[in-house]
Ligand binder design. Structure first.
Ligand SMILES: Nc1ncnc2c1ncn2[C@@H]1O[C@H](COP(=O)(O)OP(=O)(O)OP(=O)(O)O)[C@@H](O)[C@H]1O
Ligand SMILES: [Mg+2]
Length: 546
């Protein structure tokens, strides 16, 4: 730093002491100036009548740093070289300070040129010795910009809060008095800002809540926990009520002392209404479900009872069916036995008697004289009658129970039956029998024989057939008997609906022997009956088939 020694008359006599003092303190001041964060410029007024003649004699490092210029850029230049600066209030103020010998505060100057960085500078000028002036300045640009943007953002925020319509956003002081009021608050609560600011926020609560001290409790909770949330009824200016959600937040400064509260209120009437009607609908639904469940439980109980009754009835029905079947089976065998014994009686007793009558009539005829013509005629006609009777008796006996079935076995009985059928009806009838000799018990033989009889009757009555073929086969554990005709055939379903008993009887016979009867018939192509009767090895039949 350049020093300028004064050489006024007051300096005489103490020169050496002053010089000595200066020599010790000067480096100190120089140090101070170098380290100061404030920009210091020393100006020397060369021509007291011309402000342009202020020459920069010195600048401290902060001065260069704050203006963005180098020391060389500034040092030695006169204000004449800063035309833009000449237009500011700086030169005149410097002159003023120089003349008045008083420091002058220029406040903040917005300045920048080709050497000095654009910015806001807070400037003070102060007179120094002789024609020297000091200029002290700070670059406050950043501070001002920060302040400005803070201000802008505060303003934006204020506007935002102000214009929010959906929420009432208000500030309360620590006691709960309204400090600020936004549009949403006005819309929601009906008060204009000037009507409510300064009033206590308990004005928004129903009297019963105020009596319970609720507003105060909310503030206390917010102050303690930082915030408090509540949902309930609130009151508008006109006294009407609405359902609101309210969040109160405590506002504290850096030191933590309570500054007031921010209170955000939202109208939940619609949602609350929806929730209420939803809750009502849910209750109704639950009630309906309960009612329906009761009805269902009752119906279920009734159904179970009905099902149990049905099961019981079915069991009873099955039992009666079994009994009926057993009875029918028993009746059949009794009938068969009776037929057998009646046939035998007819054949043996009545046949014998007829033969005896016939022999007696022959004797009478021999003993009579030739003149006894009337007697002889009577005996002849009686003999013919007896012959006819014998034929009839044989036929009846055979129809009741063919002797061959009991005497010669099933095969012979089937063949006999086929022959008789063919003779009687003219329909060709053949029976194919197994090669090897088979033994079959009376029950099974009778069943097969009777089924054959009934099927031949049906052929004669319904089939208009020209040929019948029967086949008896033995497999490992069953007997198969098949009767096939080439007749008209019939519709099985239609036949079932008729109240005829022939086919039913055949099925029943098969069933009683644990067997089954299968009927296949296609109209126009004939009918085939297939009977299968199981043969348990332990109960092997004793009767010879042949
Ligand atoms: N071989 C057959 N060819 C054509 N139709 C037949 C034959 N067998 C049975 N049908 C038909 O099936 C029906 C039922 O036969 P089913 O033997 O049960 O009764 P039905 O002979 O009419 O009377 P019934 O009770 O006296 O035997 C017959 O009415 C007939 O129409
Ligand atoms: Mg029949």
């Amino acid at each position: 730093m350049t020093t300028h020694r004064t050489s006024g008359p007051q300096a005489h006599g103490t020169k050496s002491a002053l010089t000595q003092q200066l020599e010790t303190t000067l480096p100190l001041y120089q140090e101070i100036l170098r380290g100061l964060p404030v920009g210091i410029v020393v100006l020397h007024l060369e021509n007291p009548r011309d402000v342009k003649s202020f020459r920069i004699t010195d600048v401290n490092p902060a001065g260069a740093l704050l203006t963005g210029a180098t020391l060389e850029d500034l040092r030695g230049r006169t204000l004449a070289e800063f035309p833009k600066l000449l237009k500011t209030r700086l030169p005149l103020r410097c002159l003023d300070a120089f003349q008045s010998r008083e420091p002058r505060n220029l406040g903040e100057i917005s300045y920048g040129d080709e050497r000095i960085r654009e910015g806001i500078y807070a400037v003070q000028v102060f007179p120094l010795l002789d024609n020297f002036i000091g200029v002290a300045f700070e670059n406050v640009t950043e501070r001002r910009q920060a302040e400005q943007s803070l201000h802008q953002s505060e303003e934006r925020f204020r506007l935002l809060v102000q214009s929010v319509q959906e929420y009432a956003i208000i500030n309360l002081d620590p006691a709960g008095n309204v400090v600020s009021w936004n549009k949403g608050a006005e819309r929601l609560k009906g008060y204009r800002a000037e009507e409510i600011i300064g009033k206590h926020f308990s004005a928004f609560y129903p009297p019963e809540d105020v009596a319970d001290g609720k507003p105060q409790q909310i503030l206390e909770e917010a102050a303690q926990r930082g915030h408090s949330e509540d949902e309930g009824l609130r009151v508008r200016k006109d006294g009407s009520r609405f359902w609101a959600n309210v969040v109160v937040t405590a506002l504290r400064n850096d030191k933590g002392s309570l500054q007031g509260f921010a209170k955000i209120t939202r109208d939940m009437t619609e949602r609350h209404g929806k929730e209420e009607s939803l809750a009502k609908a849910k209750d109704l639904l639950e009630l309906r479900v309960e009612q329906r469940t009761t009805v269902l439980a009752r119906v279920n109980h009734e159904l179970r009872t009905e099902i149990a009754e049905r099961v019981r009835a079915e069991e009873q029905l099955r039992a009666s069916l079994d009994q009926l079947r057993a009875l029918a089976g028993r009746l059949q065998s009794v009938r068969e036995e009776e037929r057998k014994s009646i046939a035998r009686e007819i054949h043996d007793e009545l046949g014998q008697a007829c033969t005896a009558i016939k022999m007696d009539l022959a004797l009478i005829s021999r003993k009579a004289t030739k003149r006894q013509t009337r007697l002889l005629t009577k005996v002849d006609s009686a003999t013919q009658l007896v012959d006819g009777m014998i034929v009839t008796l044989r036929r009846i006996a055979s129809e009741l129970r063919p002797r061959t079935l009991d005497d010669l076995g099933l095969a012979a009985a089937l063949e006999g039956q086929a022959q008789e059928f063919e003779t009687r009806t003219g329909i060709r009838c053949r029976v194919a029998l197994p090669e090897e000799s088979l033994v079959l018990d009376s029950e099974r033989s009778t069943a097969i024989f009777r089924i054959f009889q009934e099927s031949l009757t049906n052929v004669a009555r319904h089939a208009r057939a020209t040929r019948v073929e029967a086949r008896l086969e033995r497999e490992v554990n069953q007997i198969i008997f098949r009767v096939r005709d080439n007749g008209a055939g019939f519709d099985l379903e239609a036949a079932k609906s008729r109240r005829s008993l022939g086919l039913v009887g055949m099925h029943e016979r098969a069933f009683l022997l644990n067997g089954e009867l299968n009927v296949e018939s296609v109209p126009g192509t004939g009918t085939t009956l297939t009977l299968r009767i199981p043969l348990p090895p332990s109960t092997l039949p004793k009767q010879d088939l042949r």
